[in-house]
Ligand binder design. Sequence first.
Ligand code: SF4
Ligand code: MG
Length: 337
Amino acid sequence: SNKIIEVENLQTAFMAEKGELISVDEVTFHLEPGETIGIVGESGCGKSVTSLSIMRLLGKNGYIKNGSVKMNGKELNKLTEAEMRQVRGNQISMIFQEPMTSLNPVYTIGNQMMEGIKLHLKMSTKDASAYAFDMLKQVKIPRPEEVMNEYPHALSGGMRQRVMIAMALSCKPKLLIADEPTTALDVTIQAQILELMKELREESDTAIMLITHDLGVIAEMADKVLVMYAGQVVEEADVFTLFDEPRHPYTKGLIESIPHLEYEEHKRLYSIPGMVPTLQQMPKGCRFHTRCPYATEKCLHEKPPLSSINKGKIHKVRCWLVEEEEHLTKTKSIEEV
Ligand code: SF4
Ligand code: MG
C-alpha cells in the first residue's frame, strides 16, 4: 500500500495515582504521501496525545495500551528507543505552537539547524551550513545570512516558527506533525505560515498531521478531518463533507462557533456550553451527553459506536441520534420502493 502512516485502534493510557487513565481511545486513520489530516477538538480531547503516541514521546507515565502505529508498513511500537530516535529525526518531524520551547536559547539558529542536519543527514559542517542557509531561504526568511548568527530570542514569533519549519523539513520527513503551528501568531503571519506549509507539502509530498482547535485552519489545509472529543473520534469525513454536512452535535457546535470576519468585534457568536470532561470524570454512555442539547436517556447509559453513514465515501459519526436518523431514512426509502 501507499500508506505513510497507519494508526489502528490506538489506545493510550497514563498511570496516575489512583490508577490507569485512558487518554486516547480507539483512534484509527491513515495518511498517503502529500495528504493532510486535520485533527480538531477543544484542548483536552486527546489530539496532542495522539501525536505524541505516534512519536512515542509520552513521558514515563504514558504508554500505548492497545492498537498499532505503522510507518511504511513497519510497526513503530516494536522499535527500540534507538531505532525510534532515528525515525523521529529522519521520517517524522514535529512543529509546535510555541517554537521558543523547542529552540535552544543558547545556540544560534545556524548552529542548532546544523546540528540536526549533521546528525541525520551525515553531512560535513561546511555542507550542513550551506544546507541550513538554503532551508532558511526556502521558508522565506529575509536576510538568512544574518539570521544564521542570531539567537532565538532575537527573532519574532513568526520568524521563529519559520525556523522551526525549516528545521522540521530539513531532514525531508515523510510525515510532519504540526500541533497548533499557528495558534500563537497573528492572522497575517498565520496565513503566511499555512501558505508556506502548503508549498512545502507540494514540493516534497510530505504527509501532514495537523492538530488544531481552529476549524478555519482545517478548512484551509486539510483533505480529511477527525473530530475528537474526550479522547475519541466522534466524526470523520473529508473536509468538504465535514463543513457541508456535519452530523455530530459536537462538530456542529464547533462549526457554529467559528468566528466570522464580519462579526469579529462580537468575538464568538456561539460557544458550546460546558467543558470537556476530565479523564478522572469521564461520563458514562456518550461522553458528550453532559453538553449535548439532544441527549436522551439512552445517551446517558449506552456508548454510541463510530458508524459509517455513507457507503460512497468515508463519513463516520459516533452518535445515537444520527444512528436513528439514518435508520429512519433507510426505512423510509424502503417504504417508498
Ligand atoms: Fe448527543 Fe446523544 Fe448524540 Fe451523544 S449520542 S452526541 S448525547 S445525541
Ligand atoms: Mg494540545
